[in-house]
Write a protein that binds this ligand. Structure first.
Ligand code: COA
Ligand code: AMP
Length: 638
């Protein structure tokens, strides 16, 4: 087995050689002119001049090599009581058909297709069909409301939308079509066609000329072949929360992405091509893009697509049932899912009911893996439990315990060491504009030295300036992750908190600034602040503090209810925004900055220093009382 230290050293010292070697496993229609093109730095490009097709690499080539009868994808849907498997050949044929549908609707290379779908195999087929014809997909998570969808439609300007009549949450059927119709009505950019998958539990009304029945079109479509694209052409855009209500369109290219994902499945996750790999997430998130769809298929193993929850579908043993039934060897999910399971089955009784002898490793990401949750999983599963750190922007892990290279000792609370390819440093956040590295153990801004490895974002969609401003200008020559933490004396990375206004809610990334924008639009709200408060299940949940306009005579309780409803309507249920509190004023510094950090500490019951620059301590006292009344812990200043 290789050695981590040696592999890492080589990846940083000789990146061109390292990634050229890794790229040999990908099928290229034309090989590259340059492995690393630095001609437009800081816009680095990997494998420039090369041509390939991502869908070919994910499907056709496995069929061409005699592996067509192997299972590519298992759809396991406890919410509908179905389990359906697709071989590589079947999946290739379905994807080619759907690609033909898109071509028939006028979609060509470079056109955008928006995908707003639940966890059904057709969602993955949609992504792969776009890749097949060189179209650029943009998947929007089903838990977002019409307004968020409209924002993404305006930004990506899709020619076609792929959607379904509904999604299924344990408590209700979520009709997607009315949300899609409302989003298109609100959007200024109108898609020409919508292709709707009619699910039997809720059929959608179709609008003549614009909407088409998915199965009707697919049954008559002429299968489309793979269209080679440049390695540097975009494969997808994935919108993620920024520091305002306007999401950022993270771009992924084709070549670097395929190389990095293949490498990661082998070297980080330690998976073999004849094994089953399962990621319980959603195709709407980067985790779903990389590790439900692209990585396992490019690598040639079997992937599981799960339409269900960790608990309640039907119980906290659902994950173990799937692992046993589909012979899952390596499993990836978010810590929040484990907290949900632990709460319902604290003794792990449902785990012991299943034969998990061949299950090898659990990977956790999306939020900090809290040590008690990791310890519980280790104790009850008896397998390696690996916390690993990454972001929508990076596309694959920055820090991990690379099981396929060398398993390093686990330290709870740390995502282990930098993954080969990622030159991670801790920089002094107080000295923006210069690069001042901190010593081991000192907390600072986690940054990655440029160039980023293949697979990381090359830019933001149609926003090169914003890309440089947001990520590359704080520390010259570095990508700033917007996470803070430290690297200890053994080189282990500890990710502690975000440095911006992003909070992590059940592994979902949300901008508190975005929620504030929605609340500020309420007619009775003069001023507001949103903070992320600790939650035993979801890690963090947002809480809104509202100051009403002078003279508002309406009931406070009613306004609080309306504020909660407004966030649900504008952003969606995924925000988990359940508490808004009206307060007399917001605590501020003398220069007018709202003391969000201090309020968060009060809400979490942490001791806090009275800020030296506070304008009026009495206002903070009142907020503290309001939080206590709402059941949130109340601590006095130290
Ligand atoms: N479509 C529509 N609504 C959705 C949705 C979707 N795809 N996904 C979630 N929602 C809704 C939920 O029904 C819920 O609505 P409610 O406010 O009416 O109850 C709301 O959005 C919040 O959902 P969620 O945060 O998922 O909370 P939950 O209480 O339903 O479930 C967990 C809690 C922990 C079980 C769940 O969050 C979970 O499985 N998390 C794993 C997260 C994950 O995989 N993250 C990906 C990163 S790796
Ligand atoms: P997303 O872009 O939605 O994947 O969210 C990325 C953010 O989630 C990161 O910037 C971190 O703040 C957080 N995150 C992801 N994985 C971890 C981890 N293993 N430990 C700590 N934070 C994490």
């Amino acid at each position: 087995m290789a050695n981590y230290q040696e592999t890492y050293r080589r990846s940083i010292g000789r990146p061109v050689e390292f990634w050229a070697e890794a790229a040999e496993v990908i099928d290229w229609e034309r090989r590259w002119d340059l492995v690393l093109d630095e001609s437009r730095a800081p816009f680095y490009r990997w494998f420039s001049g090369a041509r390939l097709n991502t869908c070919w690499n994910a499907l056709d080539r496995h069929v061409a090599r005699g592996r067509g009868e192997r299972v590519a994808l298992i759809w396991d849907s406890p919410v509908t009581g179905q389990v359906v498997s697709f071989t590589y050949r079947e999946l290739r044929d379905r994807v080619a058909e759907l690609a033909g549908v898109l071509v028939g609707l006028g979609v060509g290379k470079g056109d955008r297709v928006l995908i707003y779908m639940p966890m059904v195999p057709e969602a993955a087929m949609g992504m792969l069909a776009c890749a097949r014809i060189g179209a650029v997909h943009s998947v929007v998570f089903g838990g977002f409301a019409a307004h968020e969808l409209a924002t993404r439609i305006n930004a990506a300007r899709p020619r076609v939308v792929l959607s379904a009549s509904c999604g299924i949450e344990p408590s209700r059927i979520v009709a997607y079509k009315p949300l899609l119709d409302a989003a298109i009505a609100e959007a200024t950019s109108k898609p020409e066609h919508c292709v709707i998958l009619q699910r039997p539990m809720c059929r959608a009304d179709l609008i003549a000329d614009r909407d088409h029945d998915w199965n009707d079109l697919a049954s008559t479509a002429r299968p489309a072949d793979c269209v080679p694209v440049l390695a540097t052409d975009p494969l997808y855009i994935l919108y993620t929360s920024g520091t305002t209500g306007i999401p950022k369109g993270v771009v992924r290219d084709n070549g670097g992405h395929a190389v990095a994902l293949y490498w990661s499945l082998h070297n980080i996750y330690g998976v073999e091509p004849d094994e089953t790999f399962w990621t319980a997430s959603d195709v709407g998130w980067v985790v779903g893009h990389s590790y439900i769809v692209y990585a396992p298929l490019i690598y040639g193993c079997t992937t599981v697509m799960y339409e269900g929850k960790p608990v309640g579908t039907p119980d906290a043993g659902a994950f173990w049932r799937v692992i046993e039934q589909h012979d899952v060897r390596v499993f990836f999910t978010a810590p929040t899912a484990f907290r949900a399971i632990k709460r319902e089955d604290p003794e792990g009784q449902l785990i012991r009911k299943r034969d998990l002898a061949k299950f090898r490793a659990l990977f956790l990401a999306g939020e900090r893996a809290d040590p008690p949750t990791v310890a519980w999983a280790e104790q009850h599963l008896g397998v390696a439990v690996i916390d690993h750190w990454w972001q929508t922007e990076t596309g694959w892990p920055i820090a991990a315990n690379c099981l396929g290279i060398e398993k390093l000792p686990v330290k709870h609370g740390s995502a282990t060491r930098a993954v080969p390819g990622w030159d991670v440093r801790v920089l002094d956040a107080e000295r923006e504009g210069e690069v001042h590295e901190l010593a081991a153990g000192e907390i600072g801004a986690l940054a990655v030295k440029l160039p980023l490895p293949p697979g990381a974002l090359p830019t933001l969609w149609e926003a090169d300036d914003q890309f440089v401003r947001t990520y590359l200008s704080t520390f010259p020559g570095f990508y700033q992750t917007a996470d803070a933490g430290f690297i200890d004396q053994d080189g282990y990375i500890h990710v502690m908190t975000r440095t911006d206004d992003i909070i992590n809610v059940a592994g979902h990334r949300l901008s508190t600034g975005g929620i504030e924008e929605v609340l500020a639009a309420h007619p009775d709200v003069a001023e507001c602040a949103v903070i992320g408060v600790a939650d035993a299940l979801k890690g963090q949940v947002p809480l809104g503090l509202l100051v009403l306009k002078a003279g508002t005579a309406r009931s406070v309780a009613e306004i609080e209810r309306e504020a909660v409803a407004l966030v649900r309507e504008r952003i969606g249920p995924v925000a988990s925004f359940y508490t808004a509190l009206v307060v007399a004023g917001l605590p501020k510094t003398r220069s007018g900055k709202i003391l969000r950090g201090t309020m968060r500490k009060i809400a979490d019951g942490e001791p806090y220093p009275m800020p030296a620059t506070i304008d009026d301590p009495a206002v903070l006292g009142e907020v503290s009382d309001a939080l206590a009344k709402a059941g949130l812990a109340n601590k006095t200043a130290i």
